[in-house]
Write a new protein. Structure first.
Length: 228
């Protein structure tokens, strides 16, 4: 039944079932995926959940707490889906790819991790990375730098891909069109001054971001063998 306010306008009825922190976080993730960080407001959340501000504040402190919790939820999903009963190289590769795919699917996650690198979910990710590097016999004194290099690589590439996707939306163009335009710009540079860039133009328009990302992970894995 639709209720009417004193001014005659209508409003949706309040929910009658229980409201949990888990439901609030899942709904926040849906809002973030659909419209990005700017779309997540407590007002939008109350409308989506047919509830009031008091019910929301009973489960989360504020919008920042909600953003952090949503970020943790996504990264925890990456860790729970990681395969541990395999060799360390394969596990590390899957762990890195899992974080890359998560940020690709939820572009707002990268910004959240950058703002609060001490979040429990990211600490768990670092811990898993360090454990796998130890299993690969990377010396303890080199493990901190190695783990930081890999995690920063994943976050950096994923954040750049997310930025490119947002740019494409702002420019009202798709990935293929954007890359074709960039490739044309690269192809037009002076080959005498930029021989590599000029030659790479042929690959820019057709490369696969995910496959290229995995090449970078493999280069990292090959490089850490020199640390043993």
């Amino acid at each position: 039944m639709v209720k009417r306010t004193v001014k005659g306008s209508t409003r949706a009825p309040r929910r009658t079932d229980g409201l949990s922190r888990e439901l609030i976080i899942r709904t926040a993730i849906e809002i973030l995926d659909a419209g990005g960080e700017k779309a997540l407001t407590l007002r939008a959340l109350t409308v989506r959940l047919s509830t009031g501000y008091g019910a929301i504040y009973h489960h989360v402190e504020d919008r920042s707490d909600l953003l952090a919790a949503a970020t943790d939820e996504v990264i925890t999903g990456v860790l729970s889906g990681a395969v541990t009963d395999t060799d360390p190289r394969t596990a590390l590769r899957r762990l890195a790819l899992g974080l890359f795919d998560a940020i690709d699917a939820h572009p707002w996650v990268g910004a959240g991790l950058s703002r609060q690198p001490w979040r429990p979910a990211l600490l768990d990710f670092y811990e898993s990375t360090g454990r796998l590097l130890g299993a690969l016999d990377v010396p303890e004194k080199a493990r901190f730098d190695a783990a930081g290099t890999l995690v920063n690589y994943v976050l950096g590439v994923a954040a750049q891909n997310a930025a490119n996707a947002r740019l494409g939306v702002d420019m009202d163009t798709d990935r293929e069109t954007f890359l074709a335009s960039a490739a044309a710009q690269w192809a037009g540079v002076d080959p005498g001054r930029y021989p590599f860039v000029h030659a790479a133009a042929a690959h820019l328009g057709e490369h696969d971001d995910r496959a290229q990302f995995l090449v970078g992970v493999d280069i990292f894995l090959a490089g850490i063998s020199a640390l043993r």
